[in-house]
Design a protein around this ligand. Sequence first.
Ligand SMILES: C[S@@+](CC[C@H](N)C(=O)[O-])C[C@H]1O[C@@H](n2cnc3c(N)ncnc32)[C@H](O)[C@@H]1O
Length: 323
Amino acid sequence: MSTLRETAPHKHVPILVNEILTLAQDIPQGVSSYFDGTFGRGGHLKAVLEQFPQARALATDKDSAAVEFAEKNFSEEIENKRLQILHADYSQILEIINSEKTFLKSFDMILLDLGISSPQVDEAERGFSFIKDGPLDMRMNQKQLVKAADIINGWTEDELRNLFFYLGEVKASGRVVRAIVSDRREKPFSTTRELASLIERVEGWKKKGMHPATQYFMALRIQVNGELDHLPGALKDCMSLLNDGGRLFVISFHSLEDRIVKKQFLENEILGFTVNKRIIVPSENEQATNSRSRSAKLRVFQRSFEKRAPAGKKDKYAHKKGQ
Ligand SMILES: C[S@@+](CC[C@H](N)C(=O)[O-])C[C@H]1O[C@@H](n2cnc3c(N)ncnc32)[C@H](O)[C@@H]1O
């Protein structure tokens, strides 16, 4: 598909594009208003604008490099008022809508493509890579103060073990954490390779095909960027901003994220329903051609003004709202 080929030179290949566009075709009123909370390099956004020529879009990204990219590469759409890009966290969407910052107030389609973009990982100076050496940073939002190095050099042994257990799903990180705490007494960690080579030394290469630092770096990244903190509230806000028949698409890459998405969709059945009871994953072909797509899971929620929560659940919601 042309969209995939055209976005490749910008170094981020959007995931599950065909599946998303197919499901977007079922939005009864079509797509005139689109919110892309995670612009990245605009791969999905470009595909949506191409598919729905009448659509206008609002996009956010908390990485200023993504916003600069949009301003350069989507200048025509911005000038024509087809696209508005804001340097913001998608969890601020209600605030943005309620301010005068945007011309769109509700949406036929919303996409949250969670996680990091390929340029963020590939550019060593961003500090996400355990292969290329860079500062131990990992901030998506460059204005944020806390970096990965602050956690590695400042957290206690217990705190680090819990972090790697809960967010990295590393069952036994004790030896790595003890080595971190011992080494940092001599010299604080300042680069990604210093940390990665410690993990390689202590863990060895047990799992085929996976670098031993993969889960440690994922845990750190999620913590640094507070990736799970605002997700439940943001999902609820996005669902409430959909027009009747509108759809929210969420791509997640971590089992904890996916669990939050599934739970929020269920808990907000008063607003609509989950479109796909089973998660959608990339085809074998997509997984083979884009290794970063391998852990992706797509869930889709449809807003329905008609839909009411099942009888048993109605009371539950009423109670929560104090009605
Ligand atoms: C996986 S990439 C999105 C790629 C995009 N769909 C594309 O096709 O180019 C995720 C992007 O979301 C951004 N991001 C992550 N969490 C965010 C948040 N809470 N608010 C705004 N942007 C966020 C990241 O900076 C990154 O650029």
